[in-house]
Design a protein around this ligand. Structure first.
Ligand code: MSP
Length: 480
């Protein structure tokens, strides 16, 4: 039977265009999905937008637009960015989608009610719109939220609460037994220490705001003066998109009946995914995800890239200047998914010239120039499998190490050409020279295959060049 693979990205807040940090989450996700497809798995790849939020309404009003109209415009920009980045998602879920998302989200809510885990309470606390969450006095620096640079609002309201505290021990057991695997281990330790302090119950609904249009905010079943709170609504997307609570064939196939189901997230939303989401699933009697891959931040000038801090790099700009595969290559190769990674335009250009103009592009052109001149015909190499260094790194989500390995092969081939000088050898010993050139094309083909998850278009161009025995067009012109 085919192996299944289900991977989700976080759903993005549509209050502004996406920046390179968001493009990172999505690109890492796409690379893992493409790797699994390459390995023969049947994959399903979900992404989407987290729309029932105050920050979106605020952003719309600032631009003098109606929230729902504003949403459509921003989400169209998300899709066009993902298209340019070659993100091969199967579905884009929108949490305002009353057919795809709401029935499932309400079905989950009803399960929590049935389990006796929802209760009503008057609540007073500090709400950070940036986080779309209540925060505490001790999270603040000089009265403002350090992540968003804004002061929280004091809110006093009636909310439904979810008895998350009940699940502290169960969640801990799932994580310690690795039934729920959190990668890397530093993040696992971080969440276990939070669990050791014990989880608090969480607010799961908010009073419907007068200025929210109909169509925004999922009504709480049985009480439509309240809407489901952002995170309860948002986390549900991972299974509502598969039809949970309506037509659940995909849910059965990729969630309940699949051992490889994972979420890719940034470290800032670990608590929501490793505590609240498992708590909800436990309460509802549903299976938990198997893996959370938690990546670090793209920083710029040492600070988290974020719109509120004003240090964003627009991915569209890099895409226009360097092309899709160059952007994907940089994100994959030069940032460890387990740590923070800094990006500057200067570093990007240097990496482009080294990795692509002088590296891959130059190698492909050297080998295929030789092949086109000296070999009679191309070949479709008879290849199966991949080197263990490559698959091993990919299986551990160390995509930067897998990319590093590909570039070590590129360096090795360059060296082989220099050492064996086939361009000279063909003149003195044609058979031996041709044999070396032929071997080089086979090696190049393997590089092309391994590049598939990282640089899908370049991978195709390289493989085609070998098969047709033709030097490819200048793939990556040098940038000054
Ligand atoms: N809507 C929530 C997620 C809900 S998932 C059920 C959210 N949205 S977000 O748009 O703010 O962020 C989406 C993802 O982008 C998060 O994983 C976040 O970590 C990631 N990034 C945002 N800025 C980032 C960087 N500067 N670097 C890397 N990733 C960062 O949170």
């Amino acid at each position: 039977m085919d192996k299944k693979f289900y991977l989700t990205t976080p759903i993005f807040y549509p209050n502004a265009k996406l920046h390179l940090g968001h493009a990172y989450t999505t690109t890492v996700s796409d690379i893992l999905v493409r790797y699994h497809r390459l390995a023969g798995d049947k994959a399903y790849f979900l992404t989407g937008s987290d729309e029932n939020t105050q920050k979106m309404v605020d952003a719309a009003r600032r631009e003098g637009k109606e929230p729902l109209e504003f949403l459509d415009e921003i989400v169209a920009k998300f899709s066009s960015l993902f298209k340019e980045l070659d993100i091969s998602y199967d579905q884009f879920i929108r949490t305002t989608d009353q057919k795809a998302h709401w029935p499932g989200a309400q079905a989950i809510w009803n399960k929590l009610v049935e389990a006796g885990d929802i209760y009503k309470k008057e609540y007073e606390g500090l709400y950070c719109v940036g986080h779309e969450a209540f925060i505490t006095e001790k999270d603040l620096i000089d009265g403002t939220c350090p992540d968003h640079g804004t002061a929280p609002e004091m809110l006093k309201e009636e909310n439904y609460f979810f008895k998350l505290s009940r699940y502290t021990q169960d969640i801990k057991n799932k994580i310690e037994s690795k039934e729920l695997r959190i990668v890397p281990e530093t993040r696992e330790r971080e969440i276990l220490s939070l669990l050791n302090e014990g989880l608090q119950d969480v607010s799961f609904s908010r009073p419907r705001k007068a200025d929210w249009p109909a169509g925004l905010g999922i009504p709480v079943p049985g009480d439509d003066t309240q809407v489901m709170y952002v995170w309860c609504d948002a986390l549900s997307n991972y299974i509502t998109a598969l039809g949970y609570g309506r037509d659940d064939a995909l849910y059965q196939e990729f969630w309940a009946g699949n051992e490889q189901r994972m979420h890719v997230i940034g470290k800032d939303i670990l608590r929501f995914h490793a505590a609240i989401w498992p708590g909800m699933l436990l309460s509802a009697g549903l299976p938990l995800p198997k893996t959370l891959l938690v990546h670090g931040f793209i920083t710029s000038g040492g600070k988290k890239m974020s719109k509120s801090l004003g240090n964003v790099i627009d991915p569209e700009e890099l895409l226009a200047e360097y092309g899709t595969d160059a952007v994907r290559c940089f994100l994959a190769r030069h940032i460890s998914p387990f740590d923070d990674g800094d990006i500057t335009r200067e570093a990007f250009k240097d990496a482009y010239n080294a990795d692509l103009a002088n590296g891959l592009g130059n190698l492909a052109s050297r080998i295929m120039t030789l092949a086109q001149t000296h070999l009679e015909q191309g070949t479709r190499p008879d290849v199966a499998g991949f080197p263990q260094e490559y698959t091993g790194a990919m299986e551990q989500f160390e995509i930067n190490k897998a990319a590093e390995y590909v570039w070590s092969r590129i360096a090795m081939l360059d060296q082989k050409i220099t050492e064996t000088a086939p361009f000279k050898l063909v003149k003195t010993d044609p058979e031996a020279g041709k044999k070396i050139i032929f071997d080089l094309t086979q090696e190049l083909y393997l590089v092309g295959r391994m590049l598939n998850p990282f640089m899908p278009k370049t991978s195709d161009i390289i493989k085609k060049a070998v098969i047709e025995n033709k030097k490819p067009e200048n793939l990556f012109p040098r940038k000054d």
